[in-house]
Design a protein around this ligand. Structure first.
Ligand SMILES: [Zn+2]
Length: 263
């Protein structure tokens, strides 16, 4: 095979020769609703020495019997294994707008890394606004404000200085996508790897900020529930003790039982 190929990791255009391999194996599991089926996979190594990554894809295919044995008739379903553009399921206590930006940034990471980086950047900004309560016009000003709050000890719990440094470091990537139209002479490519760096940062922040806070709240609620239960149990116990105890009433007539006085 001598084909044109663009590496999804570094965007390097190249002709694929010996750095490509494909294989097919027929499933011997009987005839399915799709007919005879099998699995085909391809592996391509990037010839760019700075990248040298391996892209992997797998296809579930309809198999056909020919003169040379089984072959591929057509693909049924296909998955890109490397680089993976699959998003991770995020809990619904993370605001919907943030989750949507994240899912979309993942979905278009390989086909449109520039747009993906722009969405990822918007998601980052949304998180700083929602989680940290900082809303200014530009992301850079919001990061500055967050740094000041970190120094002053007023940043929300879970916000670490290293995280804010990481946000600042990748801020430039998303800026390229967001401000492309302002300077049309500036042509800077965002490759899928850079878009992926932003996506991974978002995943980390979802986890460190939202998930950690939610778990803390749940633990706290559990402790409070236990405390309330104990308090109620103690109150019930006291009431029972009070009910069973002989009542003391000064004005009640003295009841004589034998020679013992009950008062
Ligand atoms: Zn590459």
């Amino acid at each position: 095979m001598a084909d044109q190929w663009t590496c999804p990791f570094c965007n390097h255009h190249q002709v694929v020769t010996e750095n490509f391999q494909s294989s097919f194996s027929k499933f011997h599991i009987g005839k399915s609703k799709h007919g005879d089926t099998g699995l085909a996979h391809t592996a391509t190594r990037c010839v760019n020495p700075d990248c040298n990554e391996v892209a992997l894809s797998v296809r579930f295919v309809k198999a056909i019997s020919g003169n040379n044995g089984w072959g591929i008739q057509r693909g049924i379903e296909e998955w890109e294994l490397r680089p993976s553009n699959s998003s991770k399921l995020q809990p619904d206590y993370i605001p919907l707008a943030l989750r949507e930006d994240y899912f979309e940034a993942c979905a278009i990471r390989n086909t449109s890394p520039k747009a993906s980086a722009t969405l990822a950047r918007r998601c980052l900004q949304g998180m700083i606004r929602d989680f940290c309560g900082i809303a200014k016009g530009r992301l850079i000003d919001e990061i500055k404000e967050l740094n000041q709050r970190l120094d002053g000890g007023t940043a929300p719990r879970g916000v670490e200085p290293e995280t804010v440094e990481a946000i600042d470091a990748v801020r430039g990537i998303g800026n390229i996508g967001a401000h492309m139209e302002k300077d049309i002479n500036l042509v800077i490519d965002v490759d899928p790897g850079e878009a992926q760096a932003l996506i991974e940062l978002i995943e980390m922040l979802f986890d460190e900020w939202y998930v950690a806070r939610h778990k803390r709240e749940q633990r706290l609620a559990a402790v409070k529930a236990i405390a309330a239960e104990k308090k109620a149990a103690i109150a019930t116990g006291r009431a029972q003790i009070a009910e069973n105890a002989p009542t003391v009433d000064d004005e009640a007539p003295v009841i004589e039982v034998g020679t013992r006085k009950l008062t």
